[in-house]
Ligand binder design. Structure first.
Ligand code: ADP
Length: 254
């Protein structure tokens, strides 16, 4: 909060205190500005790749206008797929930007939200998703759509980066509603774990282009958790699997 201060009536100590606060504020602004700049630069870089690919296929089509139908089909498919990728990137970037502003926090049952997401995935995958719950509601105060998006991201990743069963556990611990999503897949090295929630961070960039990853999913998950007073963490071991844990304060009846 900004306050107007009359500096003529402050003692030396108070002035020194103000200087410290002022310097802290400048540092804070500098870091936010640098973060913002970094985001814009990373985002432009990420968008440039699909644009380049689209351009080169368009040029190929132009140069070989009477090309064989195979080449035309391949180019059109590639253009379409890269345009879809750009679309996903832009949607996810917007989603990342709006979490803090456009929130409507209401009492939400974590059990219900997780059940809904698991049902959605059950409908589209043959994979075995085991769900264990102690309680039937686990009420928290949060934005309903954002909670759905958070668990969608974790389930989607668990399925993408593993081949076996997914275990989902819901329980209460020390006043918190806890959800664990565990997979037994490729896991994450200790080195990569440090960056896993960073925007645009992908472990296997080349392979990830095929699976359509943008490296924004976990950054969005973290931003949602924080914007709703929750927290998210992960433990993982390479080739054994990962467990993502999400905790939110339980809503107590007033
Ligand atoms: P992406 O869109 O690439 O999946 P995320 O931000 O969701 O982006 O994840 C960042 C990276 O973290 C992924 O590219 C992947 O390498 C790794 N990752 C995420 N979830 C898992 C998981 N359950 N198991 C192994 N690696 C994971």
């Amino acid at each position: 909060k900004w306050q107007k201060i009359d500096i003529h009536h402050q003692s030396q100590d108070e002035l020194h205190e103000m200087e410290l606060t002022f310097n802290q504020m400048i540092d804070y602004l500098k870091v936010s500005y640098e973060k913002q700049e970094m985001f814009v630069s990373d985002a432009s870089h990420e968008l440039k790749t699909p644009i380049q690919i689209i351009k080169s296929y368009a040029q190929l089509l132009e140069r070989r206008a009477n090309a064989n139908p195979e080449l035309i089909k391949e180019s059109v498919l590639a253009i379409d797929s890269e345009a879809n990728r750009m679309n996903r990137l832009v949607e996810q970037m917007l989603s990342l930007a709006k979490h803090k502003q456009l929130q409507s926090k209401v009492p939400v049952s974590m059990v219900k939200v997780v059940d809904e997401i698991v049902k959605t995935f059950d409908g589209i995958t043959e994979r075995d998703i085991q769900i264990k719950k102690e309680n039937h509601t686990m009420m928290v105060k949060a934005d309903h759509d954002q909670m759905k998006q958070l668990f969608y991201i974790l389930m989607d990743n668990a399925l993408k980066y593993s081949q076996d069963t997914i275990d989902v556990r819901l329980f209460e611990e020390a006043g918190k509603a806890v959800v664990e999503v565990q997979d037994y897949g490729k896991g994450i090295s200790q080195q990569d774990l440090k960056h896993i929630f960073d925007r645009f961070y992908r472990i296997d960039k080349a392979r990830n282009r095929e699976t359509g990853g943008t490296g924004l999913g976990l950054a969005i998950a973290k931003s949602i958790a924080e914007a709703n007073d929750g927290e998210i963490s992960v433990i993982s071991e390479l080739h054994s699997g990962s467990t993502f844990t999400v905790k939110f304060p339980i809503l107590t009846e007033e």
